[in-house]
Design a protein around this ligand. Structure first.
Ligand SMILES: Cc1ncc(COP(=O)(O)O)c(C=O)c1O
Ligand SMILES: Nc1c(O)cccc1C(=O)C[C@H](N)C(=O)O
Length: 421
């Protein structure tokens, strides 16, 4: 069970193991950071190079000609992401970044009126979301200290769905929550939470940065009003690759809070009228010219999700993290780690090991050829990725961590994070 032979056996049983050959794996490196920046695949590289070629050979005509006409790319890539979030065609658009999409969606769906003026969030979400929510509240002339309600966590790791639902009181005008928590990897029961929000008539949106490409979603069926995400983590779209958003078709026709000409109907966009004629679907929530160079690699990266399907990815991901947790328990029990992720199937695509020396343990792991990431104040996140990591990678990672702990190799580093952790 704990010997390398077990890892070799598990790899031999893995039906999607061939996909690791699609990626540029770094030499002598065990890459466990797909939840911050996924690796480059050959297909993503190809679609990026093809895009450059279309610019080279077509110039301005690249907007409407060539393999992937730029004018329609946001819609076509959105369509390819739709199965990953359980959206219908037209409900998903590739655009913006996580934070800019959140701004767009809050500007659209946050309509404080009468006593209903507050936004419900949580105290564990990624800081950028909280900054955006506070600034949107301030833009309405309201005080964020009073109008942002953050559901508390008992242990700093997990949120209780029941507590979230209890906080959906009369004064809540909008709800924004993560699908998977960025530190602990807890998968929130989005279906249950969305049903409660729908019952109370409160618009609800989810940040899917850590869940898209890692866990399946059925946003349309669950009645979620909107969602937003990045494509550079589990989708392997590259640093700064274009993000995405979902708007449920029940909300089509809602005027975009932040308007811009790329939100227009395609056929009238170039009429140059000063009265906007917004698209009838999620396209309406685009603002300016798409960042086509940062969108191009996403096309190739998504092909593999289409071929494999999110259910098989989730199945392997759970096996990888399950195997990793067993090894942690067996090999690292004497070194003072606490497993900070859910141990059952409500964990997402990574595990979180908490330790007071976490910052320098991460540095020692990097020195030993393992790429983790550190999350303040005490977290080592390890994300074995279904498309390119193996069970052997997991085995070697834990063996290396054991040596680091056993020989206290982390002691030569300062217990302080780097500029980009
Ligand atoms: C959950 C979550 N929300 C928001 C962000 C911010 O995303 P962006 O920099 O793409 O706006 C990140 C990561 O960067 C994240 O993990
Ligand atoms: N977006 C990032 C960046 O620009 C640099 C380094 C890391 C990131 C990340 O995405 C971090 C990620 N949101 C997290 O969960 O911590």
């Amino acid at each position: 069970m704990f010997k390398i032979e077990e890892a070799i056996k598990l790899d031999a049983q893995d039906e999607i193991s061939q996909y690791k050959n699609e990626f540029y794996l770094m030499k002598d490196v065990l890459y466990m950071d797909g939840n911050s920046l996924g690796l480059l695949s050959k297909r993503a590289e190809t679609t990026l190079l093809n895009l450059l070629d279309s610019w080279k050979t077509l110039g301005i005509d690249g907007w409407t000609e060539g393999e992937n006409p730029w004018f329609y790319m946001s819609e076509t890539v959105g369509g390819k992401m739709a199965p990953l979030v359980g959206g219908k065609l037209g409900e998903v658009i590739a655009t913006g970044s996580t934070t800019s999409n959140l701004h767009q969606l809050v500007a659209t769906f946050y309509k404080p009126t009468g006593n209903k003026t507050k936004i419900l969030a949580d105290e564990l979400n990624f800081p950028s979301d909280i900054y955006a929510l506070k600034s949107q509240i301030a833009l309405k002339g309201l005080d964020p200290a009073e109008h942002l309600v953050q559901v508390e966590s008992d242990d700093g790791r997990f949120l209780s769905e029941d507590r979230i639902i209890e906080a959906m009181t009369e004064d809540i005008a909008l709800i924004v929550l993560p699908g998977v928590l960025y530190r602990s990897g807890q998968v929130l029961n989005m279906e249950k939470i969305a049903a409660a929000a729908n019952d109370r008539g409160i618009p609800i949106g989810f940040d899917l940065c850590h869940s898209i490409g890692s866990v399946p979603h059925s946003l349309h069926e669950w009645g979620v009003d909107f969602a937003f995400w990045c494509t550079y983590k589990h989708l392997n779209g590259g640093p700064g690759s274009v993000g995405g958003l979902f708007v449920h078709e029940k909300n089509f026709g809602t005027a975009p809070g932040l308007a811009g000409w790329f939100g227009s109907k395609k056929e009238s966009q170039f009429d140059m009228n000063h009265t906007m004629d917004p698209a009838e679907d999620s396209s309406a929530f685009q603002v300016g010219t798409p960042h086509v160079l940062s969108l191009a690699p996403v096309i190739g990266a998504l092909e593999m999700f289409d071929e494999v399907g999110i259910d098989r990815i989730r199945e392997k991901s759970l096996k990888l993290t399950g195997y990793m947790m067993k090894l942690v328990e067996h090999e690292l029990s004497e070194f003072g780690f606490t497993v900070g992720n859910p141990i059952d199937d409500t964990r997402g695509g990574h595990i979180l090991l908490e330790h007071q020396e976490a910052a320098r343990i991460c540095k020692a792991l990097k020195e030993a050829g393992v790429i983790p990431d550190f999350r303040a104040p005490n977290g080592v996140r390890l994300a074995p990725v279904a498309l390119y990591n193996t069970f052997e990678d997991v085995w070697h990672t834990i063996q290396k961590l054991k040596v680091i702990m056993d020989e206290k190799r982390y002691e030569k580093f300062e217990n302080k994070r780097g500029v980009v952790a």
